[in-house]
Design a protein around this ligand. Structure first.
Ligand code: GTP
Ligand code: PEP
Length: 211
């Protein structure tokens, strides 16, 4: 992350409180391990965004400031769901001078900053764009050029919803597309190579640190 000129991106990362997150992992790991994984996924995602050359600003939206790390934090207040938290983040970013805006979900722990830079460079060629997740039905990144009305459609079948709403589908790396919701996705992420926060929690899990 360097400078703040208008050609660079503001990246909004919604992150829910770890204790309530990643419920699809609940059958496989303890509540403490699940919360630690959720926190680590977010930390690796935010770190990648902060390190990206094309990113001027990273804004974490949620209800736990400790999840923001070195990024800005925007308190969503009473949790009202993913769509509401994203809308709050976009409105805040635009009201405080953001030009190009991206929403990156906080569960892509394999993401290298160069892969985010590549996707944002491609996104700059479209008013609105998105990156489908690894499974193809969801979305990991949605983008809007400066001044373009931005109402991303994250949630169920968001890839199809984004396409229907006129967002251009971008080619992107497996590492940007690999969100982690399930045990199978976690195993794939480990095989791809995660960021250091997730790697530490996975190692602790393997050592039996969570019981
Ligand atoms: N701020 C905020 N972030 C959210 C909210 N819901 C989901 N997120 C974040 O959006 C990203 C993608 O959400 P999901 O893949 O559904 O993750 P999740 O809700 O933790 O997982 P499940 O409980 O398994 O559905 C993750 O970074 C979540 O932390 C919300 O209500 N508020
Ligand atoms: C909210 C989404 O994430 P997931 O499908 O991982 O819950 C999405 O893909 O739009």
């Amino acid at each position: 992350m360097s400078g703040s000129d208008a050609s660079r991106w503001t990246v909004i990362v919604p992150v829910k409180a770890p204790g309530r997150a990643k419920t699809r992992l609940a059958p496989h790991v303890s509540p403490a391990a699940r919360a630690a994984l959720a926190r680590a996924f977010a930390a690796d995602t935010v770190a990648a965004a902060l390190a990206a050359d094309s990113v001027a600003r990273v804004l974490v939206v949620g209800d736990d400031p400790s999840l923001a790390g070195d990024a800005e934090f925007l308190d969503e207040g009473r949790p009202a769901g993913l769509t509401a938290s994203i809308a709050l983040g976009i409105a805040h970013a635009r009201a405080t001078g953001a030009g190009a805006v991206a929403v990156l979900l906080g569960d892509v722990p394999c993401l290298p900053s160069a892969d985010l830079d590549a996707a944002l460079a491609a996104a700059a060629g479209h008013p609105l764009a998105f990156v489908p997740d690894a499974d193809g039905d969801g979305t990991t990144l949605a983008t809007a050029r400066p001044g373009v009305a931005f109402e991303p459609r994250f949630g169920v079948d968001s890839a199809a919803e984004h396409e229907r709403a006129g967002f251009a589908r971008l080619e992107a790396s497996a590492r940007l597309r690999r969100d982690v919701d399930t045990l199978a996705a976690l195993e794939e992420a480990i095989a791809l190579g995660t960021g250091p926060h997730t790697a530490r929690v996975v190692a602790a899990l393997a050592d039996g640190a969570f019981g």
